[in-house]
Design a protein around this ligand. Structure first.
Ligand code: JFZ
Length: 463
C-alpha cells in the first residue's frame, strides 16, 4: 500500500546505508532538502488550495453539555472545560456507536465541495483514537460498541474517489498515563511524570507508524505541541522518524515549537521543523512571506460538534475566505464536526454544496494559482497563473460589482483577451496605464464573479 517516490526510495536507501537502520540518528537533518526537492514534495499541496478538516471523537456525544449544563468553549475541549475526571470521560466510549457513518458519503460531500484533501483527527487531546492502535485500548475498535477502524474506511474511500487522505494527531494527551494535570488541576498544558517521557515518545512513534502503515496519510497535521516537556529536539526526532518512513510526507509546523508570528514558521535565531504554517481562525493580512501556509477555520464557533452552536458563517463569507486565502498564496482548511451518529451536520453540508457549485464554475481561479501580484484591488481579489510563452492569466474575483460596468485593472501589459467564467468573452482595452474590462450589467454571481484576463509577460505590482 505504501507508495514512495523514486527520490524518496533513494534518500531512504542512502540513510539506511549510512546508519544501518531505518531510524535516523538524533539530529539527522532530513528537513534540509534542496529547494527543488521541497517544491516537488509540496507541489500537490500547493496546487490543492482547499481541504476539509474533520474533528470527530467522543466529545460529539456530550456535544457541548455536561451534567445537564451547557459548557462554554469549543466542543472538543469539554473534558478540560467541564473538568471531567479520566474515569468519567472513559464512560463515553461505551456509548460511541456511529451507525450512520458512511465513509463514501463523507468523501462524496467533500469532493463535491471541491476539496482536494481531508484532514481528520486520529487522536485529539482526549487521547481517544479513531483507528485500531496496538499501543492502547483507548480506541474505537477496543473500547466502543462500534468496534471498527474509522480511518481505514475513510482512507480507502479517499483513494477510491481520488482525494488525498491526511490526518491530525495531538501530542498533548489527557488520557495517557505518562501525562498528568498541572497543579491547578487543569488538563492544559499537561505535565509529564518523571522518567516517563521516553515511554510517551515511543508510544507516539508506534501510533504514527501504525497510521502510516494502515492509512498512508499524505499530511500529518500535528497539534498540542505547547506543553513544556515537549521540546524542539523531540520535534526533530518525530519529524525525522516520519520522513524516514515516508520521504514524501508533508508535516505541519505544530510538530515543533516554531509556531510564532501568525503561526508561520519562525525563522529568526533558530530553525524549526515543519513544512507549513497553520494560522488558526484567521487569515494573515498579506499572507506569510516565504513559507507555505494553511488557514484552518470553523464554519460555526466550534471544531468538535456542539448541538447548541448555530452560529454558522454565511456561504458568502466561506467562499470569499477561500478566495481571499488563495489571493494571498495560502490554503483553506475548512472544518466540519460530525455528530456522534456519524453525520456531517446539515448546515455544513448545505454550505459545502454551495461552495461546490461556485467551484464548478470558477474553480480554475483557485486550484494551482499563485498569490495576487497587486497590493490592492478595491473591487475584490486576484489570483494568477503563469501561461506558456511567458504570458500571465489573471483571475479577477469581483466582490463589489462596479456600478458603471467597468472593471479597472492596474496593469500596463499588452492585453491578450478577457472572459467571464461561466458567461463568455468580454471586451478589454488599455486606457491610461490600466486595462478596462466591459462587464455585463448585473453580476452573474453576487458572491464572486471571476473575470479572466490574459496578458503578455509577467505582472508586477504597481498598486
Ligand atoms: C487547537 C486545538 O486545541 C483545537 O481543539 C483544535 O483542534 C484546533 C484546530 O487546534 O487549537 C488551539 C490550540 C492552542 C491554542 C489555541 C487554539 N492556544 O495555545 O492558544
Amino acid at each position: 500500500m505504501i507508495r514512495r517516490t523514486i527520490a524518496g526510495c533513494f534518500l531512504g536507501a542512502v540513510l539506511v546505508g549510512l546508519i544501518g537502520t531505518s531510524e535516523p540518528a538524533k539530529g539527522e537533518e532530513l528537513w534540509k532538502e534542496t529547494p527543488a526537492q521541497r517544491d516537488a514534495r509540496m507541489q500537490w499541496w500547493r496546487d490543492a488550495r482547499f481541504g476539509m478538516f474533520i474533528h470527530w471523537g467522543l466529545y460529539a456525544i456530550p456535544a457541548g453539555e455536561w451534567d445537564g449544563k451547557p459548557i462554554a468553549g469549543i466542543g472538543e475541549w469539554i473534558m478540560d472545560r467541564a473538568n471531567i475526571p479520566v474515569a468519567d470521560y472513559e464512560q463515553l466510549a461505551k456509548q460511541f456507536n456511529p451507525t450512520r457513518f458512511d465513509a463514501a458519503e463523507w468523501v462524496r460531500i467533500a469532493k463535491d465541495a471541491g476539496v482536494k484533501y481531508i484532514v481528520i483527527t486520529s487522536k485529539h487531546h482526549d487521547g481517544f483514537c479513531l483507528f485500531d492502535t496496538k499501543a492502547t485500548d483507548w480506541d474505537v475498535v477496543d473500547a466502543s460498541p462500534y468496534g471498527k477502524d474509522l480511518l481505514i474506511q475513510l482512507s480507502n474511500e479517499c483513494r477510491k474517489q481520488g482525494i488525498k487522505f491526511c490526518t491530525y494527531y495531538s501530542i498533548m494527551d489527557w488520557h495517557h498515563p505518562a501525562q498528568y494535570r498541572g497543579s491547578d488541576k487543569r488538563y492544559n498544558p499537561t505535565k509529564i511524570h518523571d522518567g516517563r517521557k521516553t515511554e510517551y515518545m515511543d508510544f507516539m512513534k508506534q501510533q504514527l507508524k501504525e497510521l502510516l502503515d494502515t492509512c498512508n496519510p499524505e499530511v500529518l497535521w500535528f497539534d498540542g505541541e505547547w506543553p513544556d516537556w515537549y521540546t524542539e529536539p523531540d520535534a526533530r526526532e518525530i519529524y525525522n522518524y516520519l520522513r524516514t518512513l515516508k520521504p514524501e510526507l508533508i508535516i505541519n509546523n505544530r510538530v515543533g515549537k516554531g509556531r510564532k508570528g501568525m503561526e508561520g514558521l519562525n525563522k529568526g535565531d533558530q530553525e524549526y521543523v515543519g513544512d507549513f504554517g497553520t494560522p488558526e481562525q484567521q487569515i494573515p493580512a498579506t499572507g506569510l512571506a516565504g513559507v507555505d501556509w494553511e488557514s484552518c477555520m470553523t464554519m460555526n464557533d466550534t471544531w468538535g460538534f456542539k448541538k447548541d452552536d448555530h452560529k454558522w458563517k454565511s456561504t458568502e463569507m466561506l467562499i470569499r475566505n477561500l478566495i481571499d486565502i488563495a489571493s494571498k498564496g495560502g490554503n483553506y482548511l475548512l472544518n466540519v464536526g460530525p455528530t456522534a451518529e456519524g453525520l456531517i451536520p446539515a448546515p455544513s453540508v448545505e454550505r459545502l454544496e454551495a461552495i461546490g457549485k461556485w467551484m464548478k464554475v470558477s474553480g480554475e481561479s483557485i486550484y494551482g494559482t499563485q498569490a495576487s501580484p497587486f497590493a490592492k484591488t478595491p473591487w475584490g481579489r486576484c489570483t494568477q497563473k503563469a501561461l506558456e510563452g511567458g504570458k500571465t492569466r489573471l483571475y479577477l474575483h469581483v466582490f463589489d460589482w462596479p456600478a458603471d460596468g467597468k472593471l479597472t485593472v492596474p496593469v500596463k501589459n499588452k492585453v491578450l483577451g478577457a472572459e467571464c467564467l461561466g458567461v463568455g468573452k468580454l471586451d478589454a482595452k488599455a486606457a491610461d496605464g490600466s486595462v478596462v474590462i466591459a462587464l455585463p450589467e448585473e453580476a452573474p454571481d453576487k458572491i464572486a464573479t471571476v473575470i479572466v484576463l490574459d496578458v503578455e509577460g509577467a505582472v508586477s505590482s504597481e498598486l
